[in-house]
Ligand binder design. Structure first.
Ligand code: NAP
Length: 315
């Protein structure tokens, strides 16, 4: 298939490009061209800011694709998603939109399945993603465009641009204690980036997936403390946890880039398994071990760390 990926040079979108090439697809990417050196050989690049709708129309004027994967979040509103589909009007076989598990109403009891009501619990991000989903679903309903929505949660793995698992690697390789917001008992679900990329590659052009939304993440739910304990186990370093209470209305102690929160978030992934027989290749432990190898290979264990605020708290 000819596949157009919005993004292609950073994390999720770059892993998708690799998976598509592996599966024999022809890949074009569209991004602002800030990291051209990241692109694998054989990928065609279109340079454009997706938020500039006029430029997008010009850039995509001559394109016809079997599949479009809308990944780059700029932040991207419903109007931006609409503009992309409009710029390719009648020339897309299947449109796949990368949303988020955060569209589900997290005030409701876990687990969240694909039909759990959506809400603005997660603010502007949820609002933009819900609007993007609705643009696709409307085009599916009204014009018969084949569309699919994927909702990842806490994507991790090599090249991660979020400082989550690497936050803990940084401290454990230096023998530093890990500060935990409160009890650290909130449940979360992590998904390996290659499993997400594989799932998206398999969903493209699959009629069973047309008009559908899928939670795409790992199969293990784990508490915040459990996640750190697992990482310490994987990197084979001793672990010291220091629990720090959050004063009412205060900011929780830093815990990864976005792993401090005050609700559970657990998602069912049975729909994807039932539809496509797809299961993650990585357990959380195996994926973290592979990510730690990448972290060491890149020399990230030697990067400068600002721990002044943590030291002040510890004192
Ligand atoms: N990471 C998670 O845990 C997580 C969880 C749930 C959902 N998601 C969703 O997953 C998606 C992927 O996120 P990611 O962080 O891995 O990013 P990514 O898609 O791998 O990287 C961003 C890409 O988009 C391009 N880009 C950024 N702004 C652009 C713009 N205005 N116009 C055109 N291209 C632009 C960047 O290239 P240039 O800078 O050169 O333009 C880069 O290629 C996002 O939609 C995110 O909301 C992520």
């Amino acid at each position: 298939m000819d596949v157009l990926v919005l993004g292609g040079t950073e994390f999720v979108s770059l892993h998708l490009v690799r998976a598509l090439l592996r599966d024999g697809h022809r890949v074009t990417v569209l991004n602002r061209g800030r990291r051209p050196g990241r692109l694998p050989a054989g990928v065609r690049a279109l340079v454009c800011d997706r938020l500039d709708h006029a430029a997008l129309r010009t850039t995509l004027a001559g394109e016809r694709v079997d599949a479009l994967v809308d990944i780059a979040y700029a932040p991207t509103t419903g109007a931006d998603v609409e503009a992309t589909l409009g710029a390719l009007e009648g020339r897309v076989g299947h449109a796949l939109f990368v949303s988020t598990g955060r569209v589900h109403d997290h005030a409701l009891p876990i687990p969240y399945h694909e039909d759990t009501p959506r809400s603005l619990y997660w603010g502007e991000y949820a609002k933009n993603k819900i609007a993007g989903e609705d643009v696709l679903l409307r085009r599916h309903r009204e014009r018969g465009l084949p569309v699919t929505i994927v909702r990842p949660t806490h994507v991790y793995g090599p090249l991660n641009t979020r400082n989550n698992e690497t936050f803990f690697f940084d401290r454990l390789v230096r023998g530093r204690p890990i500060l935990v917001p409160g009890a650290g008992g909130w449940l979360r679900q992590f998904g390996h980036v290659e499993d997400l990329a594989d799932a998206m590659a398999r969903l493209l052009g699959a009629p069973a997936a047309f008009g559908q939304a899928y939670n795409v993440t790992g199969e293990e739910a784990i508490t915040q403390v459990g996640f750190v304990e697992l990482i310490a186990d994987v990197v084979k370093r001793p672990l010291t946890l220091v629990h720090v209470a959050t004063p009412p209305g205060g900011t929780p102690v830093a815990f990864g880039q976005n792993l401090a929160y005050d609700c559970h978030a657990v998602y069912t992934t049975t729909k994807l398994r039932a539809a496509l027989g797809l299961r993650p290749r990585y357990t959380l432990a195996a994926g973290l071990a592979q990510t730690f190898e990448w972290y060491l290979r890149e020399g990230l264990d030697r990067r400068v760390l600002d721990v002044a605020a943590e030291d002040a708290l510890l004192r």
